[in-house]
Design a protein around this ligand. Structure first.
Ligand code: ZN
Length: 166
């Protein structure tokens, strides 16, 4: 299961609207709670990081995060004591389902892959897929529930408080 704050969820959907008709992509930072006994693992998103789409050749149906940028984001995560728990991208005028290319390019076992369908510039359905398996050979995408936390994130609360003091 994926848990994400409402404002982060809205922000990654808005990102797909901004880059339309091209794909957007980004990284999910957070913590994974391992599944125990009958409970499933939870990827809990604490922060999302936007990434530039380097596939300028066909940015409408491919996405890619430059290796150098990913290393920078990994460092950023470590500084915050967070891990990379997933990735997100958009599908302009295509369903919120993973493509064979998405699957081939997914290598982070245990991570969540979020896909938002953007129709005519408007974000519609958002789905998440867990990359399960133990190796590259037996990996597979599983449909994953998204639990949205309505409580505002700490950053949003701080902003709100500042406004209140003015
Ligand atoms: Zn895709």
């Amino acid at each position: 299961m994926l848990r994400i704050h409402f404002d982060d969820y809205e922000a990654l959907r808005a990102h797909g609207q901004e880059t339309y008709p091209h794909e957007c992509c980004g990284v999910l930072l957070g913590k994974t709670t391992p599944g125990e006994d009958n409970s499933e693992a939870i990827n809990h998103v604490h922060q999302i990081v936007r990434a530039g789409n380097t596939r300028t050749d066909s940015a409408h149906n491919r996405y890619n995060i430059a290796p150098g940028e990913l290393i920078k984001i990994q460092r950023q995560a470590r500084a915050l004591s967070l891990d990379i728990v997933g990735f997100y991208h958009s599908h302009p005028d295509h369903p919120a389902q993973w493509s064979p290319t998405d699957f081939a390019e997914a290598h982070w076992l245990g991570c969540s892959y979020i896909i938002t369908a953007v129709e005519q510039g408007k974000a519609v359905l958002t789905n998440s897929f867990l990359l399960s398996g133990t190796t590259e050979d037996d990996k597979k995408f599983e449909d994953e529930a998204i639990q949205i936390d309505i409580a505002p994130s700490l950053a949003a609360t701080a902003q709100h408080n500042q406004k209140g003091q003015e």
